[in-house]
Design a protein around this ligand. Sequence first.
Ligand code: XMP
Length: 318
Amino acid sequence: MSPLIDTQMLIDEAIESLESKVDDTAIIACSGGIDSTVAAVLAHRAVGRLLHCVYVDTGFMRKGETGEVREMFKEMGIDLQVVDASERFFISLEGITDPEQKRKVIGEQFIRVFEEEQANCGAKYLVQGTIAPDWIESGGGERDVIKSHHNVGGLPDDVDLMIVEPLREFYKDEVREIARSLGIKSSERQPFPGPGLAVRVLGDLTRNRVEACREACHIVEIRLQEAAAAGKCDLPWQYFAALLPVRSVGVHGDTRVHGETVVVRAVTSLDGMSAKYSDIPHDVLASISTEITNSLKGQVNRVVYDITHKPPGTIEWE
Ligand code: XMP
C-alpha cells in the first residue's frame, strides 16, 4: 500500500466513520504503540475533546516507556491521562501461570480500569486499536483460538461501553503506513503486545521477575539497534527477550548459581501473521548474552537464542 493517495483515502474514511458513530464522550486506551496511537489520533481528529485518552501503566511496560508516551502525546497536542494500575494487575495475576488465563485476567483488569475512568468522564464509547490479526488469531474467523489478544478475547461479556474499532480491517503494514502519513513519532517502533511483559515472563509474575525481563528486553533492543546502525545486520521486525522459568546450574567466580534463563527472540515479518527468525551475527548475540548475565547476576545465568519460525512457533512465547 504505497501510493499516498490510498493512505489519505483510508484516513479520511476512518475519520468519517468515527464521526458518524461517536456522538458522545469516548474513551481510548493508548499504550503508545502504533495501533492505539493511530486509533487515538484518528478519533481525536474526528471528535476532538469528546475523546478521553488514558494510558494504563500495568507494570508490564518497557524501560522508560511511560515517560516517552507521555511526551509523544504532549507533542501531538492530545491530553493523555496516565493511570498507575500496576498494583491491581500484579495482585490479580498472583499465582496465575497459564498463558490464556493471564490474558483473560489482563483483559478484564483493563476493562475494569476503563470502567472507573468511564465513571469519571461519563464515556459511552470505547475506541480500540484492534487490527485484523488480533481478531483473526483470537478466533474471529473460522480458525482455532491461537491467543486471546487482550483487546479482543479478554473482553468480559458485561462490558458497559459501545466498542468502536477504526482499524479492524487493517494489517500492521497498512497501519504503519497510516501512522507515517499522520506524522506519528512511534510509527517505526516495533510492535509490543497489549499485555506487555506479562506474556514475556513465563511462570509467576513477580515484580522481581518482570524487572529482570524489562532489563533483558532493554539490552536486546539497544544492542540490536546499534548492530543494525553499524551495518552488521538488518534491524529485525521485532526483537526482545523473554524470561523462562527454567533453572540451570551455572557458576559465578567460585559460586554455584541456580539461575533462570533468558531467551532472545528476533524475527523478520511483514504483518506478524508469519515470521522467520532473524540471522543475527554471533558476536552481537555473544555481547547481548554477556551483558544480560552481568546485569542480572545471580538471577539469570543462561541466555539462549530462539531459532523457530512462525509457524510452527508464534512470535511471543505466550
Ligand atoms: P504472536 O505471538 O501471536 O504475535 O505470533 C503476533 C504479533 O502480535 C503481537 N501480540 C499482541 N498484540 N495484543 C496485541 O496488541 C496481544 O495480546 C498480543 N499478543 C501478541 C506480537 O507481539 C506480535 O507482534
